[in-house]
Design a protein around this ligand. Structure first.
Ligand SMILES: Nc1nc2c(ncn2[C@@H]2O[C@H](COP(=O)(O)OP(=O)(O)OP(=O)(O)O)[C@@H](O)[C@H]2O)c(=O)[nH]1
Ligand SMILES: [Mg+2]
Length: 310
């Protein structure tokens, strides 16, 4: 068995170390990455629901995810988590914090947890997070949860990565919520008011329910630390997943996701090839930029086609 087949077998068998190695290969973009992704069974990827859980720093996303993991484990499901750390000074300790909060599940072979950092490469990270989610799905995880920080403008395009978007809020983010409300209702399938044990939660729920009237966006409340509202949230998510599959929304979205992944990869590939070609030019570059671009593109495409024939 060659190395890639071994890795693919390990992924299918749910071996956490192999899954970790495969995701590292994707993050590094090393020579194994493309082969691993090619070998991923799209059927498993389609079978899993990818949940995006986002919201302002400190709203309780990780604590809530921890509770959701317990819920899904009780129901016999394997769960994958991709925790994206924005590397921002605000939540600099996010990775460590998330790991500690999920530690309860860290030794459970039915739970795969992976942290990823943006380090400024948002586009690349989105692709890597999407690929990590695919690998987890292929290892039998369902759902796969992606945690990202989102405030106002979304740093990571979670809507483009997930089948269902859950936005977690907490009382005390008052003005932010007002400013974000329209955008939130547009992008989220579920708005969760977490920290329902805090004062102000009821008023926030009423406010959000009013704002979402007639819209395709559900509101619920949880207390992640007190383990309240978790089952309701899981049921809401389950019902949305079922409905999206029945109406064809699910597959439409996945097709769009694949389209943008292909575009991203194509652009990255072309960028590298064009740059290499430009750097390799010996004579001085002068003339009409448009002509040079056309010539460069032609050269790169011809070389690409020739290497394919060989
Ligand atoms: N009272 C109360 N505290 C909570 C609740 N959920 C989370 N917390 C606390 O809120 C703090 C932040 O929780 P996290 O789960 O780390 O929040 P997060 O949204 O993942 O934070 P970042 O990943 O840094 O953006 C922790 O101290 C939690 O214990 C809740 O339902 N009630
Ligand atoms: Mg967190």
């Amino acid at each position: 068995m060659n190395e890639i087949d071994g890795i693919l077998k390990g992924i299918r068998e749910g071996n956490p170390r192999t899954i970790g190695r495969a995701i590292s290969a994707i993050e590094e973009g090393n020579h194994r990455a493309a082969a691993i992704l090619q070998g991923i069974n799209e059927g498993c990827v389609l079978a899993a629901t990818i949940l995006g859980i986002t919201g302002p720093p400190g709203a309780g996303k990780s604590t809530l995810i921890n509770q959701l993991i317990s819920h899904y484990r009780i129901h016999g499901k394997r769960v994958g988590i991709v925790a994206i750390d924005p590397s921002s000074p605000v939540s600099g300790g996010a990775i460590l914090g998330d790991r500690i909060r999920m530690m309860r599940h860290a030794t459970d072979p039915g739970v795969i947890i992976r942290s990823m950092s943006t380090r400024g490469r948002v586009g690349g990270l989105c692709a890597a997070a999407g690929s990590a989610a695919k690998i987890m799905a292929c290892s039998g995880c369902n759902p796969v949860i992606i945690e990202t920080v989102g405030v106002g403008h979304l740093e990571i395009d979670i809507v483009g990565l997930a089948d269902i978007v859950v936005f977690v809020l907490a009382p005390g983010f008052g003005d932010d919520v007002q400013a974000m409300k329209a955008g939130l209702i547009e992008m989220a399938d579920v708005l969760v008011v977490n920290k329902a044990d805090h004062a102000g939660a009821d008023a926030l729920i009423v406010d959000l329910k009013y704002a979402t009237q007639g819209r395709d966006c559900q509101v619920c409340s949880t207390s992640a630390t007190e383990s309240r509202g978790i089952e309701d949230l899981a049921n809401i998510i389950g019902n949305i997943a079922q409905r999206k599959r029945q109406t064809g929304q699910f597959i439409q979205k996945r097709e769009k996701m694949l389209e943008s992944e292909i575009l991203h990869r194509a652009v990255e590939l072309m960028r590298t090839k064009l740059k290499d070609r430009l750097m390799a030019q010996e004579e001085q570059i002068i003339g009409d930029p448009q002509d040079i671009v056309r010539k460069l593109l032609e050269e790169v495409c011809v070389t690409q086609l020739e290497s394919k024939k060989r």
